[in-house]
Design a protein around this ligand. Structure first.
Ligand SMILES: Cc1ncc(COP(=O)(O)O)c(C=O)c1O
Length: 386
């Protein structure tokens, strides 16, 4: 079955109310059992998709997890309370005194903060690697995980996931990937060799900007340690957010197509505008990551980053404040367009030189791309005024 068909049909036959197209939302903290035998079976260490206690999920959670595992073309899925909770569970499960974790430079800012403030003080050596680094030369006997995010948040640099997986697997090291940007629709992480794929379902997968949720996919073996960590730390998702995300999942493919079409239209239009120095978007043939994107992704929904010509704070403020269809906010992946100043997290403490280009991150929503370009044209005019 194509992924489009799976999105519609995955996990539906398992719905607790057998004749409902849409599964019921099951909320409970407590599961009760008919017999001691049933109780003992449910508490068994390998029971992942049957109710045990509210924290490990209800039928609503299991339906989303089964659907996501199917769509990601792997065995299993763990839902967590946010995308960041999914990332930190993966990192924490592989951390420990004397261990070494390789992390791609330019990861989502809070991922880096978690590494620096929680993982490093616990005695794990965290090393950031550049997109053109030779990973095989960085792997050590103590390396417990390679964590990559592609493209990188804000700088949009591409990492060669296939090559990283090959190098890491040669040394028996698992690879985790933050696959939020591509989603399983445009990025077949496990087919490229990724052992643990992490998604902030908060973004495209839910798509309606009303939920925080993380999803981790992989084989039962690859996720065993992460699942144990989630059980110990209580990182699990609430059934309400799983229910909403399952609803969002059904329309993921059509939304991604539309996001892609509009993002490309707006990005190409921006490339021809005065004051726009560069559009950082690997789906553009002019982008240095284009070939890698073409070989490892089947589409690109954005978001993307724009380098505006150096300008004063007043002009930059006029540009942002003039935008009326782009909300000023830090998220992406929802139905609505968003904008934010894009300073990579590790550079925020440094004062940018006055002649540095201004980086702005756009998420292109489901509005008409022509209306979005008109809005941007007015903002660019405001930027040039004065
Ligand atoms: C690439 C990436 N990964 C993970 C996250 C974290 O997701 P959440 O906001 O659900 O914690 C974000 C949030 O912006 C993100 O951009």
């Amino acid at each position: 079955m194509d992924r489009e068909t799976l999105l519609v049909h995955a996990a539906r036959r398992t719905a607790a109310a057998a004749n409902s197209v849409s599964p019921p939302l099951v909320r409970t903290s407590t599961t009760v059992f008919d017999s001691l035998d049933a109780y003992k079976q449910a508490q068994g260490a390998l029971v992942f998709d049957g109710p045990r206690y509210g924290r490990s999920g209800t039928s609503t959670t299991f339906e989303l997890q089964r659907a996501m595992a199917q769509i990601a073309n792997t065995e299993t899925c763990i839902a967590t309370s946010s995308g960041l909770a999914a990332i930190t569970a993966v990192l924490a499960a592989h951390a420990g005194p004397g261990r070494h974790i390789l992390v791609s430079a330019g990861v989502y800012g809070p991922t880096r903060v978690f590494c620096d403030k929680e993982i490093v003080p616990s005695g794990t050596d965290v090393e950031y690697f550049a997109h053109d680094a030779d990973v095989s030369s960085l792997l050590r006997d103590t390396t417990s995980l390679v964590f990559v995010e592609t493209p990188a948040s804000l700088t949009m640099q591409m990492w060669d996931v296939r090559a990283i997986c090959a190098a890491a697997h040669d040394r028996g090291v698992p690879v985790a990937c933050d696959s939020t940007w591509g989603t399983p629709i445009f990025f077949d992480a496990h087919a490229l060799g990724v052992d643990i794929s992490v998604h902030a379902a908060t973004k495209f997968i839910n798509g309606h900007s009303d939920v925080l949720l993380g999803l981790i996919t992989g084989t039962l073996d690859a996720l065993a340690g992460v699942r144990a960590y989630c059980d110990r730390s209580g990182a699990h998702a609430a059934p309400d957010t799983c229910w909403l995300t399952l609803r969002g999942l059904r329309t993921l493919a059509v939304r991604m197509e539309r996001h892609q079409r509009s993002a490309l239209a707006v990005a190409r239009w921006l490339q021809s505008q005065p004051c726009v120095q560069r559009v950082l978007f690997p789906a553009l043939a002019t982008d240095p990551g284009y070939e890698l994107w073409r070989s490892q992704f089947s589409g690109a929904a954005g978001p993307f980053t724009v380098e505006l010509a150096p300008c004063g704070e007043d002009a930059f403020t006029r540009f942002i404040d003039q935008l009326s269809l782009f909300g000023l906010g830090t998220s992406w992946g929802g139905f609505e367009s968003l904008v934010m100043p894009a300073v990579p997290h590790h550079l925020r403490a440094l004062a940018a030189p006055a002649d540095a280009p201004r980086l702005v991150r756009f998420h292109i929503g489901l509005e008409s791309p022509q209306d979005l370009c008109d809005d941007l044209a007015a903002a660019l005019t405001a930027l040039r005024r004065g």
